[in-house]
Design a protein around this ligand. Structure first.
Ligand SMILES: [Zn+2]
Ligand SMILES: [Zn+2]
Length: 341
């Protein structure tokens, strides 16, 4: 078993938890006088889709948890059908829904303001989904909330000191277990009460690094936008291929423009394969675009270049003017003469 952020390892973690001594509780269960407690919570920050897989696995191992949904999320709209279906599905798998509350969405000057806005959001969700909300988790809680141990009148604040002092708290924030993977904490008899925060967003089918997770997310979201545009704007459906070509051409264009065009004369010069190899693997990691020329078009360098031009032989009076045109066209920044005459 290796520790990573794959769904497979999540299942292994659930398996370990389910066979452990811990009693798995919700925040609103009667926790007093109980030993060996474990509370599992999920803050749904970027993606609700990923939550359903996590909810299913937990259900398979009889684990209950609370999914804190973000009413005013810039990433998902809980009232959109596919997302409201996910919320109903999570509830049907015996989990709870909590409110993920973002203070920065409001001008909050005191506890009365805070309670009013939290109430407003809870009532909106309760009214639409016909469910109970017992706990609130703050999205990036302010110093004011944390330092003063601010409580809500009607709901449990999961950022209360209690859940950090009586409980040992572990979180996968920023896709990192600061003190090592949670799977190693369950069976060591060191902790009496555990409060675990897991962000479903980080846990994926394939093992990917942080950057790849983010780029995959951007791609998934842009495909969704394409689909919605096609469903709502007929002309977009008709021209989608053209739009995609334009978009990717722009992206590729940007990528190319970050490369440094290097102009090598003599694609058939002795040792050219080694020269190009050294440029591509330069120790400074400069991303060069290899542009070559030769008066013959059967040579090795041509096949190792991103652009190749057949030019007159160096003795020809057109040689320099042709080279100048290529240099302008390719926006060449470096010239490496390799012609042997
Ligand atoms: Zn692990
Ligand atoms: Zn958050």
């Amino acid at each position: 078993m290796s520790c990573n952020f794959t769904i497979k390892h999540y299942e292994e973690i659930c398996n370990i938890i389910s066979r452990s001594r811990y009693k798995i509780c919700f925040f609103n269960d009667d926790l007093d006088d109980l030993e060996n407690l474990l509370i599992l919570r999920h803050d749904v920050d970027q993606s609700l889709e990923q939550s359903i897989k996590i909810a299913e696995i937990e259900n398979k191992y009889n684990i209950k948890s609370t999914f804190f949904i973000w009413l005013r999320s810039p990433f998902y709209n809980i009232f959109e059908k596919k997302y409201s279906d996910i919320i109903y599905e999570i509830i049907s798998l015996s989990h709870q829904i909590g409110l993920h509350f973002d203070e920065s969405s409001y001008k909050i000057e005191n506890e009365i303001d805070l309670n009013n806005y939290v109430d407003k959001e809870v009532n909106t969700i309760k009214g639409f989904f016909n469910l109970n909300i017992y706990a609130v988790s703050m999205h990036r809680p302010s110093k004011w909330i944390l330092d003063n141990d601010i409580q809500f009148i009607k709901y449990i604040n999961v950022y209360s000191k209690k859940y950090f002092e009586e409980f040992n708290y572990f979180s996968d924030s920023r896709r990192q277990w600061k003190e090592g993977c949670i799977c190693k904490k369950i069976n060591i008899n060191k902790y009496n009460k555990l409060h675990i925060l897991i962000h479903p967003f980080w846990w994926t089918k394939e093992m990917v690094n942080f950057d790849k997770r983010i780029t995959n997310f951007i791609q998934e979201e842009s495909s969704k936008i394409d689909l919605d545009l096609m469903n709502n704007i007929d002309i977009y459906k008709k021209w989608i291929k053209i739009y995609l070509i334009i978009r990717y051409k722009n992206i590729l264009g940007d990528m190319m423009s970050n490369k440094v065009p290097i102009f090598i004369t003599g694609a058939g010069a002795p040792g050219i394969a080694g020269t190009i190899f050294s440029i591509k693997n330069n120790p400074d990691n400069i991303d060069f675009k290899i542009v070559t020329t030769d008066f013959k078009d059967t040579n090795v360098g041509k096949y190792l270049s991103e652009s190749f031009y057949k030019v007159p032989s160096p003795e020809n009076e057109d040689y320099i003017p042709v080279l100048k045109r290529i240099i302008n066209k390719e926006k060449v920044r470096v010239i490496l003469p390799q012609t042997t005459r």
